[in-house]
Design a protein around this ligand. Sequence first.
Ligand SMILES: Cc1cc2nc3c(=O)[nH]c(=O)nc-3n(C[C@H](O)[C@H](O)[C@H](O)COP(=O)(O)O)c2cc1C
Length: 150
Amino acid sequence: MLFRLAYYSTNLLKQANDPRRSELRKIVLSAGTNNGPKGITGGLMFNRQFFGQVLEGERASVSELFCRIASDPRHCSVVLVEAVEVASRQFDRWAMGLAEKNETAEKLNAKFGFAEGFDPTGLSADLFLKYILEMVTLEDQLISVSVPRW
Ligand SMILES: Cc1cc2nc3c(=O)[nH]c(=O)nc-3n(C[C@H](O)[C@H](O)[C@H](O)COP(=O)(O)O)c2cc1C
């Protein structure tokens, strides 16, 4: 059974650029190693305040990974946006696509009407998903950090 889970959380990584980026690389490397063999695909975005992530795959695998991620000390206050059965994957190109570019965020914030930047707290599951999918798609050229599925 194909399943999709989306959440946002409070980003606890340091604001200084280097430590933040190296921790993010570690996260994406873990995702690249672990997600593929488990049939998990998805997208991850972040800004200074939040992480937003979508996980797709077999229900038990998604659930197990989510529980592991939820206890990761690099974030807190994990809020579930949706957990639903789905007919197909939307992130089928990435074991975990990462969106990290400010310019991409600026472009999308204007398009989605986020005057103060991405704020998932009042967002519908539908818009949350669209935003992350667009972010990850726009940054697909960042092969150095996103992990292609195939
Ligand atoms: C916001 C966030 C997203 C994460 N996403 C994933 C993921 O998609 N896959 C994964 O295996 N680990 C992910 N992690 C890391 C896990 O919490 C955990 O550190 C990792 O799976 C441990 O596996 P490893 O020892 O093989 O690195 C994420 C962590 C954070 C903070």
